[in-house]
Write a protein that binds this ligand. Structure first.
Ligand code: C5J
Length: 232
């Protein structure tokens, strides 16, 4: 059993029944020219999450922790795009329109794919989701159940939107979720702070919060083979 210092209290997990959930580390959110910027955001704050999330990813792979990635996006014909979602944002270009990285938030486009620093490798499922929550209209729950997963360690973007929605959904489905504060990112510092506060408030109303250093220390103490990978 691994033990991680966390708030509101220690998070215990068995690496064999825990998954690392990497949420929406897509060019469309992280880089200029994508959906995030089309909404009027400065995308640069999200880049900060990539180095620590990359370290956690490598260490989890070395420790044999199951890794699963998600991407938010829609079918090319936009048949799964609610009209309200298309209309919202009111930018010059919206979901499905062509930007510098292809059509915004459309599956198969350059902007829709995951950034190199945390790119999936063989054996790591990628779940394509049409909504903010990773469980809505996806087979994520079925995959986690097949693998016997009970706990989730969560990295991704953005903290207050897809990370929050997915952690709430996970909580309602009986999973314990640990969010790593430096491995999640928001366009808004205040939202980042408050979103993390909300997760761990009221005795951990829907999860735990820690950070990459404390998580890696806990993982290393349970699975020493994870140590070299996290350092590299
Ligand atoms: C947003 C996400 N922010 N992945 N999506 O629209 O958080």
């Amino acid at each position: 059993m691994a033990r991680v210092e966390a708030e509101p209290y220690e998070f215990e997990f068995d690496p064999a029944t825990t998954a690392l959930l990497m949420i929406d580390f897509q060019r469309d959110f992280v880089y200029p020219g994508g959906f995030g910027e089309a909404l009027g955001n400065d995308t640069s704050p999200l880049l900060k999450a990539l180095p620590p999330a990359g370290k956690v990813l490598k260490a989890c792979r070395a420790a044999g922790v199951f890794v699963i990635h998600t991407r938010e996006g829609h079918r090319a014909d936009l048949s799964d795009l609610p009209p309200a979602k298309k209309a919202r944002g009111r930018g010059k270009i919206t979901i499905g329109d062509v930007g510098p990285m292809g059509r915004l938030l459309v599956r198969g486009e350059v902007g829709h794919d995951i950034v190199e620093e945390v790119y999936p490798i063989a054996g790591e499922p990628i779940v394509d989701k049409p909504g903010k929550g990773a469980f809505y209209a996806t087979d994520l729950d079925a995959i986690l159940k097949m693998k016997g997963i009970q706990k989730l360690v969560v990295c991704g973007v953005t903290t207050e939107v897809c990370v929050h929605t997915s952690v709430r959904e996970a909580n309602d489905r009986g999973y314990d979720a640990l969010v790593l504060s430096d491995c999640v990112g928001s366009y808004f510092p205040e939202f980042q702070r408050v979103a993390l506060e909300m997760i761990k408030a009221q005795g951990g109303i829907f999860g735990w919060v820690s950070d990459s250093e404390r998580f890696l220390a806990g993982l290393r103490s349970a699975v020493p083979s994870a140590a070299g990978a996290a350092a590299g």
